[in-house]
Design a protein around this ligand. Structure first.
Ligand code: NDP
Length: 234
């Protein structure tokens, strides 16, 4: 497709699979990293999404190398789980600052060029936890639910410029983020999933590629759950 694509947190995990999927489709793909460097074939820009200055600098670097960002996949995210009774305020605010305010920062830094181009795609990686809530994840679920309000508002604001804003909400995935879960926790998370398995990273990436395609031109403000039906009815 040969578009300028930026995937935050695209140096590993789900973000890397998304980045490679766009690169395989012929796009010019940049990924953010926080010092690890970029995997081969991808342009790496150093960026912590909690730092507005780093975000602006990184997006300027992508623009210099690949042209203005046409597809933004806001994927960088963290967890810091605790039950509310034990959750410190800094645990809450750090997760919101990374997952939600970080997404605002990258959207804010890319929107002007998209408006000028009169085209663009913003895709925010949320979570089934943000749709349904999950015990121990009040901070994470709030940040991921916040992305839905962010995307829906941008969908209204930007529709007239042919820019869409959508959310992908994966269920449990097999990445470092969930590496600490034990078998019992995994079993519980999968118990209510009609299809009975978690999504493969490639299946989530395929959804991002479709949302960024011309075929999804009239899909905006939507939450696409890629979770085996685990959040059906929500
Ligand atoms: P990983 O922990 O494997 O990767 C997280 C990525 O986010 C890394 O690239 C990391 O960069 C980056 N990141 C974290 N904090 C920052 C920051 N402050 N600035 C820039 N980059 C940052 O997680 P996943 O691949 O599993 O998660 C990717 C997304 O998918 C997240 O938004 C997550 O919430 C979401 N998700 C994951 C699910 C799962 O089960 N794994 C389920 C549903 C949603 P670095 O290498 O520098 O740490």
């Amino acid at each position: 497709m040969n578009r300028s694509v930026l995937v935050t947190g695209g140096n590993r995990g789900l973000g890397l699979t998304i980045a490679r999927t766009f690169a395989d489709a012929g796009d010019r793909v940049a990924v953010t990293h926080r010092g690890s460097g970029a995997p081969a074939g991808l342009l790496g820009v150093k960026c912590d999404v909690t730092d507005g200055e780093q975000v602006r600098t990184a997006i300027a670097e992508v623009k210099d190398a690949h042209g203005p960002v046409e597809v933004l996949v806001s994927n960088a995210g963290i967890t810091d789980d605790a039950l509310l009774m034990r959750m410190r305020e800094d645990q809450f605010t750090r997760v919101i600052d990374t997952n939600l305010t970080g997404a605002y920062r990258v959207a804010r830094a890319t929107v002007t060029d998209m408006v000028r181009l009169r085209r663009g795609r913003m895709i925010f990686v949320s979570s089934a936890s943000g749709v349904k809530g999950l015990a121990g994840q009040a901070n994470y679920a709030a940040s991921k639910a916040g992305l839905i309000g962010l995307a829906r508002s941008l969908a209204h604001e930007l529709a007239s410029r042919e820019i869409t804003a959508n959310v992908i909400a994966p269920g449990l995935l097999d990445t470092e983020l969930t590496g600490a879960l034990n078998d019992d926790q995994r079993e519980k998370l999968l118990a209510d999933v009609p299809i009975g398995r978690t999504a493969r990273l490639e299946e989530v990436a395929a959804t991002a590629l479709w949302l960024a395609s011309a075929r999804a031109a009239v899909v905006t403000g939507q939450v696409i759950s890629v979770d085996g039906g685990g959040s059906l009815g929500h």
